[in-house]
Design a protein around this ligand. Sequence first.
Ligand SMILES: [Zn+2]
Length: 474
Amino acid sequence: MSIKVFNTLSRNLEDFIPLDPNGKQVDIYCCGPTVYGYIHIGNIRTFVFSDLVRRYLEFSGYEVRHVMNITDVEDKIIRRVAETGKSLTEFTQVYEKAFLRDFKSMNCLSPHHMPRATEHIQSIIDLIGKLMHKGIAYQVQDGSIYFSIEKYRSKGGQYGRLIHLNFEEMRPGDRVSQDEYDKESAADFALWKARVPEDGEVYWPSPWGEGRPGWHIECSAMSMKILGRSFDLHLGGEDLVFPHHEDEIAQSEGADLGENDQPFVKYWMHGAHLQVEGRKMSKSLGNFHTLRDLFDQGFAGVEVRYLLTSSHYRETFNFTMDGLRGARSAMSRIKECLEKLREVAGETKSTPTEEVISRFTEAMDDDLNVSKAWGIVFDWIRSLNKQIADTGLNPTQAAAALASWDRINSVFGLPFDPSDEIPEEILKLAELRQEARQSREFETADKLRDQIQSKGWRVEDSPTGIKIKPFQIS
Ligand SMILES: [Zn+2]
């Protein structure tokens, strides 16, 4: 059986068949973070979802090439840069580093390429040049360049395929200069924004004058530069379907319209929204969580990851503190069972048990049905516990169970530390933190604490000295 995925383009479950004629390589692009603040758990859900997709493709034997960009120039960033008075790089570096720490603490595999938009300005200019040459981009009075939806459609381009726009029912929208807008105002969008005083020092030269790219063109240029004109799978949160992904298709396919009828992307997969305690997450409701807030409350990356991998990516997920506490106890159940198995297996090694792996695979092949897959895993753990208690397992059976878990966990990616032994590296960081505290360098001490947390450990200060504990233990 092959993997079935829900393709946003067709709104159907489709067999996943890579473009590679050998059926081996799979190229995926995921829209990365916009580095202007700390990422919240809604963003994290998208990244954990993408990581799960990549891991499952690898589990299924594909060789994955994974690209995730860093959006380091767009409207929101420029506004914040102007407020802080920093340079663009000074400003974005802080949040890029913070993002990478958060990403790592979620145990997400590093993408093979992480292009920054500011390092691909030339590719962006070249792509806009092609659109100008085709006559589907035009310059306006202030020097900015826009994509013409009308010209694109008149030349055979199909705009609105991803969001399923019905042009007959729509009023023609005005031109939009900002990066974010809704589908009621589907309209010509900016590819290149001419320099204005509010941009400060954020601008580049171009054949059309000084300015900066629009957000949408960045992803078209970077994905095609690295993965080629057509690739297998594009991922992102559902909020990116329109306009961002719709515009990516138009720009990418528009650049060689009439010469190449290959779709830009074969499969589009989108992760659903996340709510917190049943409501939309917002700062004003006080239910807005960054990963750092959760670490400060004593939760571990592993627990957040478990919780986020426990529900289907296309379902709106209700993130609750109770859920997170439940994740902690679910993790303990797995951990306890693994400990018992390790005790029985000793040095014995074995191969995974076919039965549980094939049931797990069947569930995951069905558009990543994680709820079913976790159900299978917990049933299996229950029966292993029963077997251990009733009849005892022999070392080979225990080793086979451990090998099965390793195989399954290559997809779930939960970073258990079996021995609870504190790694040398963590001890060293804790020591440095202690020194920093003693010399009252609290900022450095906090950074070190973050670093320790991002590796799955927690430092507690107590009257008798410091204690270092793994996060998953309450
Ligand atoms: Zn993007």
